[in-house]
Design a protein around this ligand. Structure first.
Ligand code: PEP
Ligand code: MG
Length: 747
């Protein structure tokens, strides 16, 4: 379905002397498509689409006919980004009749969004009197015209305002989920909009094909160089290996013959190599945009990145654009290697359309200390490169073009925070102790070897949760025993005697490796984590052997995730003990514990506490199962609270049982969900009796600062009273917060 060269030739003529008037374009398209009508709508601030040119409708409607994004077929086309090919448009449920246009006689409509890099700039539509379905060739033609229009609308003079796009001048606030707390203020850079084709149309397809081949080769060479040795020196060791896997995946896609064939076909039809790459990447993106499978979505990020790299190679650019210091990166999705790349380029914060707090972009951003928000829908349509933006990672908000007062409030907040952080830094070397002398062990949650450095940076006492699957997910494969052992040994070496709790592979749900995407309705409750380990004992045994090898005689602590029955714990422990019996040297001490993520364990506590050396509450999963609320669903993110009757009662029961276990000697209990890093939650947990909390690095110093001012003797009875008196409330957050503020605590 190559685009007819005649249309392109005529477009080229029309645009030979710069930008063609929109009316001329509309006339040309109507003639080429044999349509009675061709109309162009441009996006205006406030999510409005305005008729800016028409061939066939009443010219008096130009500038008068305005539709909201989402209103009518034109609005629906802009809102969904989908082509609408309708033989009987007037009977479509979305049809919005506008008498001033005089469009009654026209039955059929083909509407195509005018988009650039995810941003909707307008809509172009053809209409015909006779009911007809437009052919694939016609859709293809109008899409090509839409691409040209995207250039015209985004570069048109300010006179017709067409360069503003949807909502481009008004301040916008987007609510999402907090991924990494903190504030970042800077200029917007948009992933995937780094390069734009200067020449859309080309006379000589052979020359363009040669340019494409040359660019593909140079891109491959660039990837080879990256794979050989991370030239900017940023990544090293395990991370270099991780980047390598990701880049290998890029190379596979780059070498995919089908993809390249389609680009070549589009070039043959008369587009430039740049335009063809952009067009084909856009097509693939549109085809895959509804896919929910996390693995395929990751590959989609790879594909988008690859398109950008190829465009860079075509432009002969350096691989990474200059980024204003502290820029705010906006992305639809973000792969781990990309995030490392942008971090090295100097970004200060990020907002991602499709990322939830427990996802991989979040985990890596946290490791890098970049304030971040996720699940921010619609921001890419509203932001433009160079806009001012604020990432409010505390509240999970992204502010685009904030007005001057809002911005200065954030600048002040950032200054205060910087001073506060300087104060916190002095806390680094001190243990976390309340004013009445209770010591709380604050530990780190990490998943990449490079994060061990956070131990010194934060003064955490050890690693309370090492997510062993993260490194493997970054690489896309399960490493063999020797590689795993080397990684774990590096972690133990760097921890230098401080405790490290290794959690065995917690794969499945949103953490899938290539090839193991089972068809499940409910993957979070499916065949995942320890269930896989017990059903494929060879896999689990290899990991356990690697852990024992890494310990090399040193003390070793191993924790099993997603345990639902005591029998599962016993089976997993038996595998570990069998490996340990064979290992020389055996670990000086072997501590074996379980996570408490599945509520059913609460009714097996007597037996469980007899078997385990320790328990760590995984509150991320525990809350998801307790409230039957998907932890990754943005709509449910703040609906259920750890600071609520059911959760606090459960934790209280657990602590009471654990204290009484083993004839009063007790079994240690910690909590290692993300909630431990939030000051109010940490205060309540310590108030309940927790003396060991494990959390992301960003939480350690704020929680330590809070504990240093907390009088636990005063707070305990208050917490008990709040729990007793606030019956039936969805959350106890407010009264706990009021008490903390009244006592001047740094919440
Ligand atoms: C948890 O579920 O709370 C937890 C710490 O494990 P993960 O977030 O890795 O599932
Ligand atoms: Mg979990």
């Amino acid at each position: 379905m190559a685009t007819p060269r005649r249309l392109l030739a005529r477009l080229r003529e029309t645009m030979a002397h710069g930008t063609a008037p929109l009316l001329e374009l509309a006339q040309l398209v109507a003639a080429e498509l044999v349509s009675e009508v061709c109309s162009i709508y441009a996006a205006r601030p406030g999510e409005i689409l305005e008729l800016v040119a028409t061939q066939g409708l009443n010219p008096a409607a130009i500038g008068r006919t305005r539709l909201r994004v989402g209103e009518g077929i034109i609005g629906l086309c802009a809102a969904t980004g989908q082509v609408m090919n309708l033989p009987d448009a007037q009977n479509h449920p979305a049809f919005a009749y506008r008498p001033e246009t005089g469009e009654e006689p026209f039955a059929s409509m083909l509407a195509v969004p005018v988009r650039r890099a995810g941003r909707t700039l307008g809509v172009v539509a053809a209409q015909n009197r006779n009911p007809r379905s437009y052919s694939e060739e016609e859709v293809d033609e109008l899409e090509t015209v839409a691409m040209l229009l995207a250039e015209v609308l985004s570069t048109a003079g300010a006179s017709d305002g067409a360069d503003e796009g949807v909502g481009a001048t008004v301040p916008r606030v987007f609510a999402g989920a907090s991924l990494v707390p903190g504030i970042a203020i800077g200029q917007v850079v948009i992933l995937g909009r780094r390069w734009r084709p200067l020449h859309l149309l080309a006379d000589d397809p052979d020359a363009e094909l040669a340019r494409l081949n040359d660019a593909v080769q140079r891109m491959q060479q660039g990837l080879d160089e990256l794979i050989r040795g991370a030239p900017d020196g940023f990544v090293s060791g395990a991370d270099a290996a991780a980047s390598r896997e990701v880049l290998d995946a890029y190379r596979l896609i780059a070498a995919d013959a089908g993809w390249m064939k389609r680009v070549s076909d589009v070039i043959e039809s008369g587009l430039s190599a740049e335009a063809a790459v952009q067009r084909v990447t856009g097509e693939l993106h549109d085809r895959m945009r509804r896919i929910t499978d996390p693995y395929l979505r990751e590959r989609l990020s790879d594909l988008e990145d690859l398109g950008a790299r190829l465009l860079a190679a075509l432009a002969g650019d350096e691989p990474r654009p200059a980024v204003p210091p502290g820029a705010i990166l906006l992305a639809r999705r973000l792969g781990p290697a990309e995030l490392l790349d942008w971090h090295a380029a100097g970004i200060g914060g990020l907002a991602v359309e499709e990322a939830s707090p427990a996802g991989h972009a979040a985990i890596l951003a946290r490791a890098l200390g970049l304030p971040a928000v996720g699940s921010v829908r619609g921001m890419l349509n509203a932001a433009e490169q160079g806009d001012q933006a604020v990432v409010d990672g505390d509240e999970g908000q992204l502010l685009i073009r904030p007005d001057i007062e809002v911005r200065s409030t954030y600048v002040r907040a950032l200054e205060t925070r910087t001073e506060q952080q300087a104060g916190w830094a002095t806390l680094r070397k001190h243990p976390a102790i309340t004013t009445d002398g209770v010591h709380v062990s604050l530990m780190l949650n990490i998943g990449l070897h490079m994060e061990v450095a956070q131990l010194d940076a934060t003064g955490a006492e050890g690693i309370g949760l090492y997510r062993t699957e993260i490194g493997m997910l970054a690489r896309g494969v399960i490493a063999d025993v020797a590689e795993q052992a080397a990684t774990y040994a590096r972690v133990l070496d760097a921890a230098a005697g401080r405790p490290v709790v290794f959690r065995t592979l917690d794969l499945g749900a949103d953490k899938l490796l290539p090839g193991d995407a089972p068809e499940e309705e409910n993957p979070a409750m499916g065949w995942r984590s320890l269930r896989i380990g017990l059903d494929r004992p060879a896999l689990l045994r290899r990991q356990l052997r690697a852990l024992l090898l890494a310990a090399g005689g040193r003390p070793l602590t191993v924790m099993f995730p997603m345990v639902a029955t005591v029998a599962e714990f016993r089976a997993a422990r038996a595998l570990l003990l069998a490996e340990a019996r064979r290992m020389r040297p055996a670990p000086e001490q072997l501590s074996i514990g379980t996570m408490l993520e599945v509520p059913a364990l609460m009714w097996q506590l007597d037996e469980l506490l007899r078997e385990v050396d320790f328990i760590s509450v995984g509150s991320n999963d525990l809350l998801q199962f307790l409230f039957a609320a998907d932890r990754g669903a943005p709509a449910l993110y703040s609906r259920y609270d750890l600071l609520s009757q059911p959760v606090l009662s459960l934790l209280d029961d657990l602590l009471t049982a654990a204290r009484a276990a083993r004839g009063g000697a007790g079994v240690p209990v910690s909590l290692c969900g993300e909630a431990a890093s939030r000051t109010l939650e940490a205060m309540a947990l310590v108030g309940l009796g927790f003396t060991n909390l494990s959390m992301p690095a960003t939480g350690i110093l704020p929680v330590k600062a809070l504990l240093a001012e907390l009088d636990l003797n005063a707070f305990r009875p208050v917490l008990t009273a709040i729990r007793r008196n606030t019956t039936g409330a969805a959350s106890l957050r407010e009264p706990i917060n009021v008490w903390a503020r009244e006592h001047g605590l740094p919440i």
